[in-house]
Design a protein around this ligand. Structure first.
Ligand SMILES: Cc1cc2nc3c(=O)[nH]c(=O)nc-3n(C[C@H](O)[C@H](O)[C@H](O)COP(=O)(O)OP(=O)(O)OC[C@H]3O[C@@H](n4cnc5c(N)ncnc54)[C@H](O)[C@@H]3O)c2cc1C
Length: 293
């Protein structure tokens, strides 16, 4: 049954410190649920699957919004919307980020949905997750005890399980400087171009130096309980020349990395076939681009 909105309580903090204190204090009673753009939470409220009645509005926290590029890389606040990411000039230097932002839902969703909400919601189909993994990003977390930074690769401990304390907020993400000359590509496969939850998401970074691959990071969504790197496929490439034979070895190794399932959006066999095709295509394009240099 739909949740009646009149029964809900939304608390508006003055700033981040206030928000963290309110969140911490609420653990003794009913935990406040952080509310960002609401594009996931309102779906759960509409479906009546969210028991929570008290929410912590993150909208007033200007500290959590915005993008800044510096020598440490790109800092993206948790409350930055996908529309802002798609438009921000600095994000263009990490091209898979705006590419993913432009295919989250459609314009209406991109105007409200935040990257922090996408990550905290922890759906294996979340489009920004493989991008953060492929760029080897870090997650910034804050609580009344202070701040800490966690490699994005360590954030998910199981299906929709995060290595976060109940009174922590995600404040943002840091994407390290990119490797010059690396080949990168984001791909989302769904039923249509917009308003489509992914059947397979791929974000890949490959770099070759003096004839041998020295960097390979392939991250996947919708093919395992959490976003995953395909380590076996990556290892099949490292130290070897980017050639069609080596690419075949990497694609063959992929089945050891992914564990797709059948669900309402797709089936395991289709997802595995699509993943193989995406990697083969990515490696063929990378190979051509390295040869033309
Ligand atoms: C029609 C439609 C289409 C969609 N299409 C896509 C799509 O194509 N691809 C895709 O990836 N997603 C899609 N989504 C899902 C959704 O838009 C994203 O997951 C969105 O990024 C969530 O962000 P939000 O700001 O709306 O989060 P909210 O709904 O406000 O929150 C989501 C969860 O994150 C928690 N949370 C939010 N911010 C923080 C924070 N800073 N710290 C700690 N916890 C936090 C909340 O408590 C909640 O549990 C779609 C949703 C709809 C309704």
């Amino acid at each position: 049954m739909k949740t009646a909105l009149s029964q809900l309580d939304v608390v508006r903090p003055r700033n981040l410190d206030h928000a963290l204190r309110l969140l911490h204090e609420s653990l003794g009673e009913e935990r406040l649920v952080p509310l960002a753009g609401g594009t996931d939470l309102f779906v759960y409220l509409h479906a009546g699957t969210l028991g929570a009645k008290r929410f912590l509005d993150l909208a007033p926290l200007n500290e959590l919004a915005g993008v800044r590029a510096g020598k440490d890389g790109l800092a993206v606040g948790a409350m930055t919307t996908f529309d802002a990411i798609a438009r921000h000039r600095a994000c263009a230097d990490w091209p898979m980020l705006p590419q993913a932002a432009r295919v989250v839902g459609a314009a209406q969703i991109q105007n409200r949905a935040t990257i922090g909400g996408n990550v905290a919601n922890a759906s294996p189909a979340g489009d920004s997750l493989p991008v953060l993994l492929a760029y080897d990003a870090a997650v910034r977390l804050a609580s009344v005890r202070g701040e800490r930074t966690l490699p994005f690769a360590e954030l998910y401990t199981g299906y929709r399980q995060l290595a976060m304390e109940p009174d922590e907020l995600i404040t943002g993400f840091v994407l390290p400087p990119r490797t010059p000359g690396a080949h990168e590509r984001f791909r989302k496969v769904g039923t249509r171009a917009a308003q489509s939850i992914s059947k397979v998401v791929f974000a890949g970074v490959l770099h070759s130096w003096r004839g041998g691959v020295d960097l390979a990071r392939f991250a996947w969504g919708s093919v395992a309980p959490t976003p995953v790197r395909s380590r076996a496929a990556e290892h099949a490439l490292l130290g070897r020349p980017a050639s069609p034979d080596v690419a075949r070895d990497a694609v063959n190794a992929l089945s050891r990395d992914l564990s797709p399932i059948d669900d309402i959006r797709s089936d395991a066999g289709y997802r595995a076939a699509v993943a193989n095709a995406l990697l083969a295509q990515f490696l063929a394009t990378a190979h051509r681009s390295f040869r033309s240099r």
